[in-house]
Design a protein around this ligand. Structure first.
Ligand SMILES: [Zn+2]
Length: 256
């Protein structure tokens, strides 16, 4: 017998951690998401029901405790079998142009489409608490962009806005110091940003130094840690955890 949608949802470790009541609520959200959003396979990938459900389940966790629309500005989910290479022309400080090949596993920008690599989502399913979750990362960019700009500040209730600015800028600056220190050790974000599971454990931090790129990446990285490394985030970055708990309306550190 073919697996049911509920069984597919259980393949996402984050879903397995949810208390029963939230699992039920999530099932409802997933149903709407799958009804509303289109998926397109790229590079010959045929999008299966399992792929759609695992992506929808992870993405809808972000909506579980919020009263919001279903990522109203997003286009389709474009799914690649694995990470893809992008060739970009970069200009250095001297004004010289250089071609750079980059490994890409997810994007949230292009015409509102969310672009994902299935291979990396599977990796996330195998490593539920390493602080990385591609789907959470890209869809938190979607939340961030609901006000029209990707700047690390999504639409906020007024009561949250002041603390948001204060706590987020302080934490962002702190992470920039960490990233810079790692960079000086010759182990900077550029070198390992696209390694499979660079492991925050390397610097024993909770937040991936990739978040030091800019405030938008910081919000995405903090969201990943909030759901995947909740207890440590609460312990070491209490205010940041509290802010995200209020924003997402969830307390994942209390889940099993
Ligand atoms: Zn990002």
């Amino acid at each position: 017998m073919a697996p049911t949608r509920r069984q597919f949802m259980q393949r996402a470790p984050l879903v397995r951690r949810l208390p029963a009541e939230l699992q039920r609520r999530l099932a409802g959200l997933v149903q709407v998401f799958l009804h509303e959003k289109n998926f397109e396979g790229c590079n010959g990938l045929e999008v299966s029901e399992e792929m759609r459900v695992v992506i929808a389940a992870n993405a809808c966790v972000l909506l579980l405790g919020r009263r919001s629309d279903f990522f109203p500005h997003m286009g389709a989910v474009l799914l690649y079998p694995a990470s893809w290479r992008v060739r970009q022309v970069m200009t250095d400080e001297m004004g010289l142009e250089e071609q750079v090949d980059e490994e890409n596993l997810g994007e949230a920008w292009e015409r509102g489409n969310v672009i994902l690599s299935w291979q990396d989502i599977l990796l996330d399913c195998d490593h539920p608490d390493d602080g990385f979750n591609l789907v959470l990362h890209e869809f938190s960019h979607q939340l961030d962009m609901e006000d029209g700009t990707a700047n690390g500040t999504p639409l906020l209730p007024p009561a949250l806005a002041r603390d948001w600015k204060r706590v987020m800028s302080r934490e962002f600056e702190a992470l920039r110091w960490v990233a810079q220190a790692l960079d000086e050790e010759g182990d900077g974000p550029d070198e390992w940003a696209w390694e499979p599971r660079p492991a925050c454990a390397a610097h024993e931090g909770v937040l991936d130094p990739y978040g030091a790129e800019d405030p938008a990446e910081f919000f995405a990285v903090a969201t990943e840690a909030f759901f995947e490394d909740s207890a440590r985030l609460r312990e070491r970055h209490g205010e940041l955890y509290g802010l995200l708990a209020e924003f997402y309306g969830l307390n994942p550190a209390a889940w099993p």
